[in-house]
Design a protein around this ligand. Structure first.
Ligand code: SAM
Length: 282
């Protein structure tokens, strides 16, 4: 992996990507990382399932049947979580090293791992009930596929449901959607891209993402919409036009300056939902 003009550092939102030199606003995208395709975990969105590029699941391995058993329309995250767990189990796989950069189960604040008390503390019944549904879906999937009769090579991937919930949270909060080309076939795919997944979100981002495949590398490019000074964090917008509830569900955080959460009053008055609730101590 190569990095250009950036460094990875811990900041207020966990690890992030920071400029290691001044960046001028550019009209053309600038490359900040080159990542070998071999390091990524990719699963196509539709059947036939394609795993790309490096982890070749041996024919007949039961993880393939598990991946195959999920709903092609919706369950991309379950498939990617299975692939992540499988790669942790493959000898000398890169993801065993990259695990050091990922939040552990104990550090992970994803709401899939939240207890009932945590969910009640959110004081947001809609969000809590959405998360309960997500937790049941994940638990049912784990129970169906990790019951006591399964072969050891499956069992050891996620002995406890929490391990599966953790992998699912990682897949949801770090995956990007991308089009991949295999020969003449172009497929939409979900991809875990190490290092690029260190970019944090801002509703007022200073960068925009671009991707390019070249020579078996994924080039991560950014368009700096404004000047970025050395030492400043580079941010992108994960989901434009989405409210904080969506961010909480998928990424475990909300933003006090998310413009899609502003409450509009008659006239020009506006107040952000977070500030509005805090007035009432909610
Ligand atoms: C793709 S990862 C980014 C790298 C991450 N900060 C880390 O330490 O590995 C996404 C996760 O980073 C955190 N994150 C990203 N942007 C954030 C923000 N604006 N505020 C709070 N947390 C954020 C959330 O935990 C989110 O689930």
């Amino acid at each position: 992996m190569r990095a250009y003009g950036i460094e990875f550092k811990e900041g207020p939102d966990g690890f992030g990507v920071y400029a290691s030199k001044d960046v001028q606003p550019l009209r053309r995208p600038r490359m900040i990382m080159k990542i070998p395709l071999e390091l990524m975990l990719t699963v196509s969105k539709k059947q036939p399932w394609m795993f790309f590029p490096d982890i070749i699941i041996p024919v007949g391995h039961p993880i393939f049947d598990i991946i195959n058993s999920t709903n092609p329309e919706t369950d991309w995250d379950l498939r990617l979580a299975c692939l992540l767990l499988y790669s942790f189990d493959c000898k000398d796989n890169f993801w065993q090293l990259y695990d050091d950069f990922l939040p552990s189960k104990e550090e992970c604040t994803n709401l899939l791992l939240a207890t009932e008390d945590d969910l009640l503390e959110l004081q947001d019944e809609d969000l809590a009930s959405a998360m309960r549904k997500q937790q049941s879906r994940a638990f049912e999937f784990w129970e169906k596929n990790w019951h006591s009769g399964v072969p050891l090579k499956i069992k050891r991937l996620a002995r406890e449901p929490e391990r599966f919930f953790w992998a699912l949270g990682i897949a949801q909060s770090r995956c990007i959607n991308i089009q991949m080309r295999v020969g003449a076939l172009v497929q939409d795919a979900n991809m875990l891209v190490p290092y690029a997944d260190m970019l944090n979100h801002s509703p007022e981002p200073n960068c925009f993402f671009h991707w390019r495949f070249k020579d078996r590398m994924l080039e991560v490019m950014i368009n700096a919409g404004q000047e970025i000074r050395k030492g400043e964090e580079m941010t992108v917008n994960y989901m434009p036009q989405q409210k904080n509830n969506m961010f909480m569900e998928r990424y475990d955080f909300s933003s006090p300056v998310n413009p899609w959460d502003e409450i509009q009053f008659s006239g020009n008055a506006r107040i952000h939902l977070d500030s509005f609730l805090s007035i009432f101590n909610i």
